[in-house]
Design a protein around this ligand. Structure first.
Ligand code: HEM
Length: 475
């Protein structure tokens, strides 16, 4: 068209801008956007890549023109890991994607479904508190990252498959590998003709991780089918029961999905839910706990707020979570500084469009630099690197996708469907951990000495496990 592309750095021939991204693309892109502006184009192969870095422009892409940008680019990760892109997260916009999204929302992620599973979260959290109490008694150093990840894994497995983690496989390790692989800037996605060379070794790793996850999914599905064959009747049907039943008795509410579903799409959808639930909440919780450990003032305020609501009872009920406004501010502030998805999930445009005078081609890849917006002094003032929950005190900025300066769950049609579950889980676990225990950094470490580095991926965990020493606050 006659409209020029958004500005961007001059590229190197052939490989374009990939080498500029380094191993911290969220930071490199943030720097580049300071020079080239909030709507920037990068030359990465044959399809243009647009990087969006300000709240006003994010609103244009995710709200004003949401229908144009609601698709996803093709990627090797989605092809290999999601059985030929048969899941929700990485599928292109259309009726198939919509039918999965509706199914998962109704059968798993709605407020009432989530509430109906409060008991299993309470049980699993109770077990963790018990084990922490033993550690506290012995003044042991606890690997908080490990404990929290296992907790979320157990909660998720019970919710999806009706049982805890299994000795026969290591789901967490596999999911962790996935997070890194899926987020990687894969040369094969940008330069298909270079794909066969597998210059970064990513194709090999994707295949390997896919085999590992497929083995796990097969074991889990087999177990369920055997139970069904043996006529075992369950009182509570788990998510896998519901999705498997689509094949045998297609319910009218999900007729369209039932018609298009086979074993590999079932596995792809279950994988969406495993990945969405496991690789997110634990990361959010670890970052929040890290910030609380570094900021005893804030920790004390959170503890006092919880004590005022919960009283002398040790168990924090989920119904109390709505009465904890300071905790809300802490969660916002931590997700601002440490967004679980630093670049959201890439979007793709479905038609040519002109935005702010720039021509953006159909099938452009759109990256929203969520991390960059959280670290922009023009949005958050000069103290933007400081952890200061009070900046949210006026209650004007929410995290549900209405205020584009803070969109840890994205926004619009592709916004996170698991937001409610993610928030309930994150707040519940954090509040219980700080209500039951006081926490200290180990080995006389000072607040400044705590390593706060991250590892880039589709999701961005702490680089180092968080270690801390609990002491019980209840007898
Ligand atoms: C603290 C927890 C969580 C955070 C911060 C988070 C964040 C995100 C983000 C940033 C996106 C991409 C939005 C976009 O592309 O614009 C996303 C998508 C998604 N999330 Fe979450 N998420 C969380 C928890 C969950 C949970 C618990 C589930 C489900 C069990 C889940 C399932 C999904 C799915 C399926 C998508 C893809 C949606 C689509 O493409 O249509 N997430 N999430």
């Amino acid at each position: 068209g006659s409209h020029k592309a958004p500005p961007g750095p001059p590229g190197l021939p052939l490989i374009g801008h990939l080498p500029m991204l380094g191993n911290q693309p969220h930071r490199s892109l943030h720097k580049l956007s300071q020079k080239y502006g909030p709507i920037m184009s990068l030359r990465l192969g044959s399809q243009p890549t647009i990087v969006v870095s300000s709240p006003a422009s994010a609103e244009l892409f995710l709200k004003t023109h949401d229908t144009v940008f609601a698709s996803r680019p093709r990627s090797q990760a989605a092809e290999y890991m999601w059985y030929g892109t048969k899941g929700m997260i990485f599928s292109e916009y259309g009726p198939y994607w919509r039918s999965i999204r509706k199914f998962c929302t109704l059968e798993l992620l709605s407020a009432s479904k989530i509430e109906s599973m409060a008991g299993l979260r309470r049980d699993e959290l109770g077990l963790l508190v018990e084990s922490l109490r033993r550690a506290a008694g012995a003044r042991e150093v606890v690997d908080v990252s490990e404990k929290v990840t296992r907790l979320i894994e157990d909660m998720t497995c019970r919710m999806l498959f009706g049982k805890c983690r299994d000795e026969r496989f290591d789901l967490r390790e596999t999911i962790h590998d996935m997070g890194k692989l899926v987020g990687a800037f894969n040369i094969a996605d940008y330069y298909p003709f270079l794909g066969a060379l597998d210059l970064q070794g990513l194709t090999r790793q994707l295949k390997q991780t896919h085999r590992a996850i497929d083995k796990i999914l097969e074991i889990i599905i087999d177990d369920h089918e055997k139970e069904a064959d043996n006529g075992i009747k369950k009182l509570d049907r788990d998510f896998l029961d519901v999705i498997l039943s689509l094949k045998t008795n297609p319910k009218t509410t999900h007729e369209q999905l039932a018609q298009n579903i086979d074993r590999s799409s079932i596995k792809a959808i279950v994988l969406d839910m495993i990945f969405g639930a496991i690789d997110t909440s634990h990361i959010a919780i670890e970052w929040i706990m890290s910030e609380l450990l570094r900021h005893p003032r804030v920790m004390k305020l959170v503890q006092e707020e919880i004590r005022n609501v919960v009283g002398d009872c040790e168990v924090v009920e989920e119904s109390c979570l709505s009465e904890l406004p300071y905790l809300d501010m802490v969660v916002k502030e931590s997700l601002r500084l440490h967004p679980v998805g630093p670049l959201l999930v890439p979007h793709a445009s479905m038609e040519d469009i002109v935005i702010e005078g720039y021509g953006i081609q159909k099938k452009s890849r759109v990256i929203i630099n969520n991390w960059g917006m959280g670290h922009d002094p023009r949005i958050w003032s000069e103290n933007c690197e400081k952890f200061l929950p009070e900046r949210f005190i006026d209650g004007k900025v929410d995290i549900r996708g209405n205020n584009f300066q803070l969109i840890p769950f994205g926004s619009g049609r592709r916004g996170c469907p698991g937001m409610h579950l993610g928030l309930v889980t994150t707040k519940l676990v954090v509040s219980q951990l700080v209500h039951s225990f006081d926490w200290e950094l180990p080995f006389g470490m000072s607040a400044d000495e705590l390593d706060m580095n991250e590892i880039f991926g589709a999701t961005m965990p702490r680089a180092k496990h968080l270690l801390a020493v609990p002491s019980a606050r209840f007898g």
